[in-house]
Design a protein around this ligand. Structure first.
Ligand code: FPP
Length: 250
């Protein structure tokens, strides 16, 4: 049993869902089979997050680099995403889940892009948990498009370069309005950010587990949350300062 303090849960959990391919290969199954079982983990983690009252969950579903995979696998992943959206919309509406999508959506096959945009539009007024799907997403690309948009505003004379603050940059990122993640979970053991939320992860606690994504279910999730609760988040301050503030707060 994992003992969690429900008053100190992360507000925003971000996940790099890695290891579907390896999970399948270990069993002599196709990589796509691994992604299909991984989809069930997505469902389980969304559901548990909602039950726990976690306000924001972000999932790295497909990176800009993933376009380089064999076309069969890319097509399979796209189909899986479209089916997931179709099968989950009812549940998202019932549970008040708002869906957001970040990434270069124009690169997606039209049917997937339309399904994604339709789900985002249908759930836009939901006030429960926010699930952000990062699809065809790259952190560097996100920052680059923000820089481009800011440069255009400067060129039009709308913005003084001296007034470009961190808040201005944040306002031009795909994740605008979503608070930075408190906890990043990465499955299947790799110690990398893999071009995920580069800007947004500046102060995020990072939890890496050897468990492969298709095996990452409620029990593993609760362990990750317990890890988070053991961390002392200092944001550049000393441990003593944080402790003093904690004592003042109670
Ligand atoms: C990484 O495993 C996973 C992906 C590239 C895709 C993630 C997709 C899903 C979990 C399923 C569909 C998603 C949704 C939102 C329904 P990998 O293939 O890189 O694994 P490997 O490192 O073992 O090869």
């Amino acid at each position: 049993m994992v003992d969690l303090d429900h008053t100190r849960l992360p507000r925003h959990v971000a996940v790099i869902m890695d290891g579907n391919g390896r999970w399948a290969e270990q069993r002599g199954l196709s990589r796509l089979h691994g992604h299909r079982v991984g989809k069930e983990s997505v469902r389980a983690i969304v559901e548990k997050s909602r039950e726990l009252g976690i306000a924001y969950l972000s999932l790295f579903a497909f990176s800009t680099e993933n376009w380089n995979r064999p076309p069969r696998e890319v097509d399979g992943l796209m189909t899986l995403l479209r089916k997931y959206l179709a099968s989950e919309l009812g549940r998202m509406m019932r549970h008040g889940i708002r869906l957001l999508a970040v990434g270069s959506l124009r690169r997606l096959p039209p049917a997937v892009r339309e399904a994604l945009q339709a789900s985002v539009a249908a759930t836009r007024n939901n006030t429960g948990m926010t699930v952000t799907l990062a699809v065809s997403y790259g952190g560097r690309e996100d920052i680059t498009q923000a820089v481009r948009a800011i440069a255009r505003r400067v060129k039009r004379g709308e913005l003084d370069p001296a007034r470009i603050t961190e808040d201005v940059v944040e306002a031009h990122l795909g994740t605008h309005g979503v608070p930075d993640p408190d906890l990043l979970i990465r499955t299947s053991g790799e110690m990398r950010i893999s071009n995920f939320f580069l800007w947004q992860l500046a102060y995020t606690e990072i939890y890496v587990t050897d468990t492969l994504w298709p095996d990452f279910r409620e029990r593993e999730y609760l362990q990750a949350l317990a890890f988070y609760q053991q961390r002392q988040r200092r944001f550049g301050r000393t441990g003593a300062q944080v402790e003093r503030e904690r004592l003042h707060a109670v």
